[in-house]
Every structure is written in C-alpha cells, then in structure tokens.
Design a protein around this ligand. Structure first.
Ligand code: LLP
Length: 403
C-alpha cells in the first residue's frame, strides 16, 4: 500500500486491520473535481460508505460536502472538521432530535422523504425559530439494473416520495412558515455500471422542476445522489467523466446547481482488509482457509453474495489449491469468498480488496469480536485512524442484576 509493505502493517498493528490509501482517496475525489470543474456542482461524500474521522477529515480538506443519514453521522462530520452548511441530510426516518440538531447547526438541506416528515420538520423548525432548508427526495421509478438490495429508486422502494405526489408536496411546502424550498433530490441505487438510468432519472426530475416553475416554485440545486459503481472483479464501470458528462450536458443552460452524493466510488478501491490465516482445513468436499477476519468485519459477501478479490500479501512458492475463505463466526453464512485458488499456509497474510466502502462501516461485534483497527497510509507513513476495540469496550455500559 503506497510505500509500505502490508506485512509490516500486519506486524505493527495486528489483524484484522482495514488499510486505506491517502493517495487513492485523493485521486478518487480529484476525478470528481476534475469532471465537474467549470460547473456549479458540489460533491457531498456519502458518509455511510466509510465514516472514519480520518477519511471524513481528508475529504473535508479537499473541499467536500457530506451526505448524512443520521445525527450520528452529522456529529462525526463536525468532529472531523466538515462544514455544516455543506451537509445534506437524507434518510426515511429522521427523528425530531436529529432534525433539531441539523437545524441548529445550520445544514445545507434536508432531503425529505415523506409528507409526514415535512410536517415534522416544519414543526421542529417552528420550535427552534429558524427556517429549515428542504428538498424532496423523489422516486423517479427507474430501474438502476443493480443488486435488488441496493436499488432504491423503484416504485416499490421505501425511499423518496412518489413521483406523482411530489408536485403536490412542493405546493404544500411552499405554504409552510418554517421551511424554505431549496432543491430536489433523487438517488436510484448503488454500484451502477450503466450511466443510462441516472440520465433517465435526471430528465424526469428536470421535467418536474419545469412543471413547478409554472407555479412559481424554483430550486437552487438538483441533487442526483450517488451510485457510481466500482470494479470488484471484472466489472467495467464508466469513468467518473463518462458517468457525469450526460448529466452535465442536461444542465448546461439551467439555473440550478448540481449536487452529487458519491460514496463507494470515492472509498471502495481505496481500502483493503488485511487478515491472517489461522488454519488450513482440508475436507472431502471442500477446503477452507480459516482467517481471523469474519462476516462481522466485512458483511458484504454474506449479505449480498458480493465478490471481493483476495490476494496473498507475500507470494508462496507452493501450488495453489481451491479454497473457501471463511472466518471464525459460528454461521454457515460467515464466508468471505468461495472457490478461490490460493497458495497459502497458516500464518500468511491475505488482503481482501475493494473493502474501503461499506466494510468497516457495516461491521459489528457479533460473537463478541472487537472491531478491527483502521490505518491510513500516506506515502511511507502509516497513521492509526481507529484503534482496535478492546473487550472492555464491548461490554462497557452493560450491567448485571443485583445480588
Ligand atoms: N445517497 C443516498 C441517499 C444513498 O442512499 C446512498 C447509498 C448514497 C448516496 C451513496 O451511494 P454510493 O455512491 O455509495 O453507491 N451496503 C451496500 C450499499 C448500500 C448503499 C446505500 N445507499 C453495499 O455494500 O453494497
């Protein structure tokens, strides 16, 4: 990773450890900046993909805004040096406490996902005595052609407001005392490999913008969400420029600025999960590499049957054999990979690639496993950006019955 052997990182910080590259994070962000230069557009990193403070701080330094889905993520963004007025707040279940927090710190915009949420925002803003900036997240009903668990813009989805109801909701919002209409948003799904569906969604959204202009409702920005896919195995995702150009063309002569909320494409291939081989287990039907990382560290294989490339950190001279790579968790679903040809022995280290997005962020303590350490590599330097959890960390706050 950059100038540092992964074996040295394993020796110094132990395993499992998430390892991120500053240079790769930076160049992923620069690709968006480059594609958007000369346009009025902001890049609001989707914090959920990887919410480590070190990473948030790096993006804040590069000039990113942030897309958040909880008060917790807002608190992280502020702790990492992000600007509240560059924060967009998405999500279907914002609590009154979260809404109040966001209004008080002065976020850029709420992406409102239901009529009931609009009422709640108006009433909380009234209590606080400030106007809440809002956009509706509309559901353009386009098929993003991705995994069903991460498609979010279909009619059947819990996200956003129905396209046909959006105009009525904007008219209602325009009559409210405590909200201020700023924009319109959509997000159709994640790991998109085809740029056509997002362009289709953008056209639909723009037609709605034009309909509402007739009523005197105008927008400062149109937020087209995140979703650009990355290469895990043999996918060929569009480049950032190819993905964005059809969208920029649509907005060429328009007054609204653009926002994007990329997550995976900024962090996914900037990080890997470093793990150690505990045992080799050769069976009648299958062979297993048992490693010290598990589904609690990286849930994507178990949850989505996702593919992550796995490479040995040091090349072994031995012949490869076919293995399932599994963790110590007591679940048959605890696998990191199936049917990989690997030449490994116990004690070796493996790198599980493309794990920078939705890896650590989705980790848990299942089986009372402390969560992994995270390090950020910068040239020849390695910075610990999250300590490995200790066991007392895990049961802090728990209690027992009185004697
Ligand atoms: N904006 C909104 C409103 C979102 O819901 C999401 C992701 C994003 C932006 C960022 O999308 P991205 O650029 O990362 O595709 N855990 C799944 C992915 C869930 C995505 C949820 N929403 C996975 O591991 O594949």
């Amino acid at each position: 990773m950059e100038g540092v052997p992964l074996a040295d990182i394993a020796a110094r910080f132990g395993t499992p450890t998430y390892v991120y590259s500053r240079a790769t994070l930076t160049s992923a962000f620069r690709a968006y900046q480059h594609a958007l230069s000369g346009h009025r557009a902001s890049i609001c990193y989707a914090v959920k993909a990887n919410s480590n403070l070190g990473i948030l701080n790096l993006f804040a330094r590069l000039g990113a805004g942030f897309d958040i889905v909880s008060g917790g993520e807002l608190t992280r963004v502020l702790a990492a040096g992000g600007q509240p007025n560059q924060v967009l707040f998405s999500g279907v279940g914002k609590s009154a406490v979260e809404i109040r927090q966001a209004i008080e710190v002065g976020i850029r915009c709420f992406n409102v996902e239901s009529a009931a949420e609009l009422e709640r925002i108006d009433s909380v803003a009234g209590e606080v005595g400030l106007k809440a900036p809002i956009a509706f997240r509309v559901n353009p009903d386009v098929d993003p052609k991705t995994h069903p668990y991460i498609a979010t813009g279909l009619k059947s989805s819990k996200f956003g407001v129905a396209f046909g109801e959006a105009a009525g909701l904007y008219r209602r919002a325009a009559t409210m005392r405590n909200v201020e209409i700023r924009g319109i948003a959509c997000h159709i799904g994640s790991q998109l490999l085809d740029p056509a569906p997002i362009a289709e969604a953008a056209e639909k959204v723009l037609s709605l913008v034009d309909t509402l202009a007739v009523d005197g409702i105008h927008f400062d920005h149109v937020d087209l969400g995140g979703g650009l896919g990355i290469r895990y195995r043999d996918e060929i995702p569009p480049t950032v420029t190819d993905y964005l150009s059809p969208l920029l063309a649509l907005f060429q002569n328009r007054r609204e600025a653009l926002c994007f909320e990329p997550g995976r494409s900024l962090v996914g291939n900037s990080g890997l999960l470093l793990t150690r081989v505990e045992y080799l287990k050769h069976g009648e039907d299958r062979n297993f590499v048992v490693v010290d990382a598990a589904m609690n560290d990286l849930a994507r294989p178990a949850l989505y049957d996702a593919y992550h490339q796995i490479v040995p950190v040091t090349q072994q001279p031995s012949e490869p054999r076919r293995y399932d790579v599994v963790g110590p968790v007591c679940e048959s679903g605890d696998f990191l990979a199936h049917d990989r040809d690997l030449a490994v022995t116990a004690g070796d280290h493996l790198a599980i690639l493309s794990a920078g997005a939705y890896g650590m962020a989705m980790s848990s303590n299942y089986n009372t496993r402390p969560r992994a350490a995270e390090v950020l590599v910068d040239g020849d330097a390695v910075h610990l950006v999250r300590q490995r959890e200790t066991l007392p960390d895990l049961y802090r706050g728990e209690g027992i019955l009185p004697a």
